[in-house]
Design a protein around this ligand. Structure first.
Ligand SMILES: Cc1cc2nc3c(=O)[nH]c(=O)nc-3n(C[C@H](O)[C@H](O)[C@H](O)COP(=O)(O)OP(=O)(O)OC[C@H]3O[C@@H](n4cnc5c(N)ncnc54)[C@H](O)[C@@H]3O)c2cc1C
Length: 421
């Protein structure tokens, strides 16, 4: 079977890998000159199995209201005359209902556990070096109120098959001495034992190289413009190549993995994908003293900021801004991340040489990705991974390869059956 994958980010490259493993002849198309150069380029680096709860949860509306009007708020709505944004926000509110949050959390958890296992297998089989750290994630809490909720949170994770342990502030610092300066403000921590971290772009590049060696073709600098259809079937994919020459690609099946841009490509087919771009920021900062820099990946739960060690650098990432397809950097938001580094890990990294970045998370209101069939018989989706595209990448790629090749996908997850999308 010939399969065309649109997008060479985490979702597209993992789809291509598992499709070629399943015996398909695969071509990947991306407008960029290489793999993982858009949202998968400089994310927080976390394989965060221990954080399956979506942003849309019963506490979210009050939290968002509290943050309104603050330019450095972790979550910022910039209201626009944009029907897609308002539709997304209304659906987000609906997903905050307790029953929906519970269902979404379970779906994400199932896929996350499956995905982490797939990543481990893939790493062992391929030996890709992507600066992986496997000691888990430390979730940091600053108030006693938050810490009081941890036993219930841990019980809920364990029910979902996710392992962790609650640590006092002193135990957390004994485990990760780089947090010593935080002692007066640290109330406790949750150690996600199933978690990992690593450099997503290096992973994309390493996996793409191995896929290419197995015969997968990568057409970079190639923009997908539209689809030709006949009787509910994609008959061709119109592209512009690097020399701006128009061309047509044909395949038996097409996997749409174009991140935040997936809804723009699907819309002319009458397929409305509930994905909105949610901008986030990161800085990548060279480590000054390796002994003082954290090894474990960190999540500051109150600031919604994450920090991962990637080789000789620290990657600090966070913040969410709903402002359309806008990649203009907002200095107030980058500054909030720099301040976090200065106050939480003082003197560990050299901010004068920080690499600043922002990217658009392809977010569904529920944070549950869209994986599976569409109403077009040979068009498949692997997109909408929002805040967890790195965590869910290998599992999603493996599942879509099963679906395309007619096998039942393994995890218990609401895969799309077709006509509704
Ligand atoms: C600040 C930040 C921090 C994050 N931290 C984490 C984290 O710690 N852990 C985690 O699990 N997730 C994290 N994420 C989320 C994760 O990075 C994303 O979910 C993931 O990168 C999405 O991958 P993707 O392949 O769907 O999209 P992308 O990586 O954007 O790939 C889509 C590809 O499609 C191509 N494309 C689009 N349109 C076209 C077209 N018309 N023609 C040709 N090519 C096209 C693009 O060039 C791109 O390469 C974070 C995101 C951000 C922004």
């Amino acid at each position: 079977m010939e399969v065309l994958v649109i997008g060479a980010g985490l979702a597209g490259v993992t789809s291509a890998w598992y499709l070629t493993q399943a015996g398909c002849r695969v071509t990947v198309v991306d407008r960029r000159p290489g793999p993982g150069l858009e949202t998968s380029y400089a994310n927080g680096g976390q394989i965060s199995v221990s954080h399956p709860e979506p942003w849309a949860n019963p506490a979210a509306p009050a939290t968002v209201l509290r943050w309104l009007g603050r330019s450095d708020a972790p979550l910022l709505f910039r209201w626009r005359a944009d029907a897609a944004q308002w539709r997304w926000a209304l659906s987000f509110l609906r997903e905050c209902l307790p029953g929906r949050t519970a269902r979404n959390t379970e779906a994400i958890a199932n896929l996350a556990v499956y995905s982490r296992n797939a990543l481990r297998t893939l790493r062992a089989e391929t030996g890709i070096d992507y600066q992986a750290e496997t000691g888990g994630i430390l979730h940091l809490f600053h108030t006693r109120r938050e810490v009081a909720h941890l036993p219930a949170k841990l019980r809920q994770l364990e029910k979902l098959g996710i392992h962790g342990r609650i640590l006092s502030a002193d135990d957390a610092i004994a485990l990760e001495p780089a947090l010593a300066a935080l002692r007066p403000r640290l109330a406790g921590a949750l150690h996600g034992l199933d978690d990992e971290s690593g450099n997503a772009q290096l992973f994309c590049a390493g996996l793409a190289a191995r896929a290419e060696a197995l015969g997968v073709r990568f057409n970079y600098n190639t923009v997908v413009q539209s689809f030709d259809t006949i009787n509910g079937h994609i008959s061709g994919v119109r592209v512009l190549d690097a020399a701006r020459r128009a061309g047509m690609l044909r395949a038996d099946a097409v996997v749409l993995a174009a991140g935040s841009y997936s809804p723009l490509l699907a819309r002319p087919l009458g397929i409305r994908l509930p994905i909105y771009p949610v901008k986030g920021y990161s800085i990548t900062v060279p480590i000054l003293d390796p002994e003082r820099a954290p090894r474990l990946s960190l999540t500051d739960e109150s600031r919604r900021i994450v920090c991962s060690r990637l080789g000789d650098s620290l990657r600090i990432a966070g913040t969410a801004e709903l402002n359309g397809y806008n990649l203009d950097p907002n200095p107030a938001r980058s500054r909030a991340i720099e301040r976090w580094l200065e106050t939480h890990l003082p003197g560990t990294a050299d901010l004068r040489h920080a690499e600043h970045w922002c990217g658009l998370r392809p977010a569904t209101p529920s944070n549950v990705p869209l994986i599976g069939r569409t109403r077009m018989e040979n068009l498949f989706l692997n997109t909408g991974h929002g805040t967890l595209g790195w965590t869910l990448a290998c599992g999603s790629g493996r599942a879509i390869a099963d679906i395309v090749t007619g096998k039942p996908p393994q995890p218990d997850f609401p895969f799309l059956a077709g006509p509704q999308h």
